[in-house]
Design a protein around this ligand. Structure first.
Ligand code: PRT
Ligand code: MG
Length: 216
């Protein structure tokens, strides 16, 4: 049996067409059933639904053999025991710095001021600002980063942006892109040895689907 870890929402939705192209149908709809383990059209393959940030943990510790996780999540997570063979090019967005529209980020950077930055992505943010030589005080948050500059908790946030409408609705502006983000296939290194053939075949099928440009 091969266990594939996915998170509900955009990663699940964007993974379905890739699975379909690889000849796999998921037999239950996670929105209508409350099941966390979903059977597929292949008797030897099942899907487990976990929180997006828990996907690397499941795969790392063998709770799943393979999984799909955002680069944002992977960069914050220890990669021991994880093999990352493929960019699936799904759930795409960018990680950016945003501030209130009345905050002069360029001037703060130029003057070498300490900038208070709220984010869920402390590891990536620390690295990014260190590379730029910008002094920051990082404030770890677990959600609703957009609120931080509006309440005076922080001068800036590091968050994911796709359409930009969340920032706009909160009078925030994107002042610098850190990196492009997409979801990656992650594989448990031990499983890759023990179940080499079926996992190899699955990776290759995904690879072919990505190369063909299969999207939702
Ligand atoms: O929601 P939950 O707390 O359960 O977990 P999660 O937020 O980690 O999961 P989910 O499903 O929301 O995101 C899973 C993955 O999708 C992330 O790890 C990213 O790799 C990817 N992804 C792609 C995004 C976005 N686009 C995205 N726009 N994840 C989050 N967002 C959020 C962003 O944080 C911001 O709040 O959407 C908002 C901005 O969107 P726009 O369109 O208004 O710019
Ligand atoms: Mg979310």
């Amino acid at each position: 049996m091969i266990t594939l870890a996915l998170s509900k929402g955009r990663i699940y939705d964007d993974s379905l067409p890739l699975l379909r192209a690889a000849g796999v149908e998921v037999l239950e709809d996670p929105e209508s059933s409350r099941k966390l383990i979903l059977a597929t059209s292949r008797a030897d393959l099942r899907v487990v639904l976990v929180r997006a940030t828990d996907v690397p943990t499941y795969v790392q510790h063998g709770g799943a053999d393979i999984g799909v996780a955002g680069l944002d999540v992977l960069l914050e997570h220890d990669s021991t025991g994880l093999y990352r063979p493929l960019d699936l090019r799904i759930a795409r967005c960018r990680m950016s710095v945003a501030t209130r529209d009345d905050f002069d980020y360029a001037a703060a950077v130029r003057q070498g001021s300490r900038i208070r930055v709220a984010t869920k992505y402390t590891h990536t943010a620390r690295q990014f600002f260190a590379d730029k030589g910008v002094h920051v005080d990082l404030i770890k948050l677990y959600g609703s980063m957009e609120l931080a500059p509006l309440t005076g908790l922080a001068d800036a946030i590091v968050d994911l942006v796709s359409t930009g409408s969340t920032l706009k609705a909160n009078h925030l502006v994107e002042v610098e892109k850190i990196m492009d983000i997409s979801s990656r296939l992650v594989v448990n290194q031990a499983a890759l040895k023990l179940k080499r053939e079926p996992i190899r075949a699955l990776i290759e099928a995904f690879e072919a689907a990505v190369a063909e440009g299969v999207r939702r």
